[in-house]
Write a new protein. Structure first.
Ligand SMILES: Nc1ncnc2c1ncn2[C@@H]1O[C@H](COP(=O)(O)OP(=O)(O)OP(=O)(O)O)[C@@H](O)[C@H]1O
Ligand SMILES: [Mg+2]
Lengths: 261, 248
């Protein structure tokens, strides 16, 4: 009896701790928004964030999506052969990449690459009192550190997703035309005919949401880091975990909203 | 000008400040001494709002430090952190000129750079460190860059947390003179934490001894040697015998 009560009790406590964490992150996001709308604006920091979130993520985005697109083509060809539907490779690769795999893979890669580096950088600044120093120099840490990174991610991750979608489709195209005997012009024509504007728009919106989640989680865990090297390590680990889980959850919800009707 | 009234601060069951009362008049140089871990750094951070006291008030010019416009309030202060706290992603000169490149004190980049190099010279650093990154400097050099950053915008109130720790005796002398100069020439109000008794004698108008969470003794530096306070006497002599325990 007491075992049951204890188990239920600790489950309840975990649940409320989870709710409290969600609340704190929501408040943090709201503060970010408020600071994003009021001056001063740090243009140079924004530019640097665009480069580090966007430009320098291109190689990893390209490599991830091209291999996935290629593998997808192989899978669909093999799977489709079981009921004589090999011909659908271009359509399924296109829809799979654009609707799901492009945004999710890019989002997860951004969580691995950008969330972790933001969290580690800000946590180190916190631990070495650089955040305190910012305050004494009349610079708001949220405005100077969080806002540029979050805005940059909101803007540039959809671009990365768009590029990832194209490269993923190209991966499928290369595999299909070089090894599976598809006609090159027909493959591209099929892809273009099949994709709808709503597929592409949903892909870009997902990218923006995932980018925002990735940057906010990095900043949140960095700013709330514990003391010492251990604090930095823990902040980095938690930020990536949280970003990845939230991105997958948001993907499920957004897919439901866009495609359930 | 700065007045601590009954400031208390605990971290968990570590009761660091237990009712600090202290007054620093305008244009004076107050030096805080006290053993390691007694809460000197915490006391400075309380004034700037980096640490929130559990009880008590801090008045600056008679007004509560926590009320009113934060930006205008902080613009009056310069702070040297104990561990320098330089921004490691920015080159040295941009650290020094940080305040001069954004916000209300913003000025053209060349001018900001020129001021930064002048301040670096005043803390005994050559112009060629300006473009290096903080991580490439020695600990004592970083400390002096932190000092240059604290004085760059010529604030009215300056806090120095152990400005000469980690410096050689000659450089310590240069920094002591600089702090004295800032107080005398610029009329700044200064609060300095130091363990270095020669520094205390060089820069202090008044001295306050923090121990067990309260100010044990405060008075003009000239009275320090004949204070009759057992804590101060032991601290000056550096003896292990006395009311201050050697294990803390
Ligand atoms: N953010 C914090 N969280 C928990 N404890 C803290 C924090 N900051 C300071 N302390 C504790 O407060 C006490 C006083 O710290 P403080 O840094 O003010 O000492 P100090 O007098 O400046 O010592 P030192 O001369 O060695 O610099 C220490 O016991 C320290 O562990
Ligand atoms: Mg200290």
């Amino acid at each position: 009896m007491s075992l049951l009560a204890n188990t239920l009790g600790s489950l309840g406590a975990t649940f409320f701790a989870f709710l409290a964490a969600i609340g704190r992150v929501a408040i943090f996001a709201a503060q970010t928004l408020r600071h994003a709308l009021t001056p001063p604006f740090y243009i140079k920091e924004f530019g640097q964030a665009l480069l580090s979130v966007g430009y320098f993520s291109l190689p990893v985005v390209g490599l991830t999506t091209i291999f996935t697109g290629g593998a997808l083509a192989l899978q669909i060809y093999a799977g489709g052969a079981r009921f004589n539907a090999e011909a659908v490779v271009p359509q399924i690769v296109a829809i799979g990449m654009v609707r799901e795999l492009g945004p999710v893979l890019v989002g997860l890669m951004i969580a691995a690459r950008v969330t972790s580096s933001i969290a580690a950088e800000i946590a180190t600044m916190k631990v070495t009192e650089q955040i305190d120093a910012l305050v004494t120099l009349s610079t708001h840490p949220m405005k100077y550190l969080t806002v540029p990174r979050v805005l940059a991610a909101l803007l540039v991750v959809p671009l990365l997703v768009g590029i990832g979608d194209i490269i993923g489709i190209m991966g499928g195209y290369l595999v299909a035309t070089k090894t599976l005997g598809f006609n090159e012009a027909a493959y591209l024509q099929n892809t273009a005919d099949f994709l709808q504007a709503s597929d592409i728009i949903s892909s870009l919106i997902k990218g923006s949401v995932f980018g925002g989640i990735a940057a906010i989680m990095g900043c949140y865990y960095g700013m709330n880091s514990g003391r010492g090297a251990q604090g930095v390590g823990k902040a980095t680990k938690s930020s990536v975990e949280a970003a990845a889980v939230l991105i997958l959850a948001a993907n499920f919800i957004l897919t439901g909203i866009f495609f359930s009707a | 000008m700065i007045k601590f009234e009954g400031i208390k601060k605990s971290f968990g069951d570590n009761h660091v400040l237990r009712g600090v009362d202290l007054h620093i008049p305008k244009g004076e140089s107050m030096v805080i001494i006290g053993g390691s871990g007694t809460g000197k750094s915490v006391a400075l951070k309380c004034v700037l709002g980096l640490v929130t006291p559990d009880e008590g008030t801090i008045l600056v010019d008679g007004k509560d430090a926590r009320a009113g416009d934060r930006d205008a309030f902080l613009a009056r202060f310069g702070m040297l952190f104990q561990a320098a706290a330089l921004f490691d992603s920015l080159p040295v000169w941009q650290n020094v000129a940080f305040r001069l490149m954004r916000g209300s004190l913003k000025r053209p980049e060349e001018e900001a750079r020129a001021i930064a190099i002048e301040k670096l010279r005043r803390v005994g650093l050559k112009a060629d460190v300006a473009d290096r990154l903080p991580a490439e400097l020695s600990g004592g050099m970083q400390k002096r860059v932190g000092l240059a950053r604290a004085i760059a915008a010529e604030p009215e109130i300056i806090f120095f947390d152990e400005p000469t720790t980690g410096l050689d005796p000659i450089m310590s002398g240069v920094i002591n003179d600089l702090i004295r100069e800032i107080v005398v020439e610029m009329g700044a109000t200064a609060m300095t934490i130091t363990h270095d008794m020669s520094s205390v004698r060089a820069i202090a108008d008044k001295v306050a001894m923090l121990h067990d969470g309260v100010i044990q003794w405060t008075g003009p530096v000239a009275d320090m040697d004949k204070s009759g306070d057992p804590y101060v006497t032991q601290f000056i002599s550096g003896s292990a015998d006395g009311p201050i325990e050697a294990v803390r």
